[in-house]
Design a protein around this ligand. Structure first.
Ligand SMILES: C[S@@+](CC[C@H](N)C(=O)[O-])C[C@H]1O[C@@H](n2cnc3c(N)ncnc32)[C@H](O)[C@@H]1O
Length: 213
């Protein structure tokens, strides 16, 4: 394990979020050990826990206002939902995940990190569950058009969807144009960075269209 390569990102993030540093380190350890053993993280991911997975997740903090309810759809091993919950004790976070093994992993991680009082796990597909959230987050789950179709009942009206995305963001917005318009939503691309010196990421934020107001 080339943990040393992770040093600068880990240092930048733990300096930026000192109160979350210990819990984030414990979560990274859970991902590096049981996350790999349970087959939820690929073998190469061990070298980019801080520099990619934690950095990308925490980049969303800037777009999540204080004291809200957040649903992380397709949470997998807890990304981005667990780092967000750790760094922001004001948030109520629901991790939505259909697969049993992943939901069990989430339960174990939430328990070990002592987050049970405000992190809930819902086993199911986003389009089949009920609930209403101020912010829905997603990473690496589906193209935007499908995400909007699956999740709009969870955040419309009034809430937002923030989906971490790469270079395809603009194309995904074009493809999703019809469903966005039909729901009175608009989408924008954001460039986000959790701390100086760590990798930046891109996200699409979907919110009520001003024209629909
Ligand atoms: C590639 S993984 C990404 C996991 C995590 N978000 C990450 O960034 O590491 C995609 C996850 O989405 C989940 N998923 C797929 N379809 C879904 C749906 N309709 N509703 C909720 N989750 C879904 C899968 O079970 C899987 O855990």
């Amino acid at each position: 394990m080339r943990e040393e390569a992770e040093g600068p990102a880990r240092d930048a993030l733990t300096e930026q979020f000192p109160e979350a540093a210990e819990q984030l380190s414990r979560y990274v350890e859970i991902l590096r050990t049981r996350g790999l053993e349970w087959g939820l993280m690929g073998p190469r991911e061990g070298d980019r826990m801080w520099s990619r997975h934690i950095a990308n997740s925490l980049a969303l903090l800037d777009v999540v206002p204080l004291g809200l309810s957040v649903a992380d759809v397709g949470s997998g091993a807890g990304l981005p939902g667990i780092p967000l919950a750790v760094a922001r004790p004001d948030l109520e976070v629901t991790l939505i995940e259909p697969l049993l093994r992943r939901a069990n992993f989430l339960g174990m991680a939430v328990e070990e990190l002592g987050l049970n009082d405000r992190v809930r796990i819902v086993r199911g597909r986003a389009e089949e569950i009920s609930g209403r959230y101020d912010v829905v987050t997603c990473r690496a789950v589906a193209p935007l058009e499908r995400l909007v179709r699956w999740t709009h009942r969870l955040f419309v009206p009034g809430g937002v969807l923030v989906a971490l995305k790469g270079e395809s963001a603009e194309d995904e917005i074009s493809v999703a144009g019809k469903i966005l318009r039909s729901l009175g939503l608009s989408a924008e691309v954001l460039e986000l960075r959790a701390a100086r010196g760590v990798e930046a990421t891109r996200a699409i934020r979907v919110s009520p269209s001003p024209a629909a107001g």
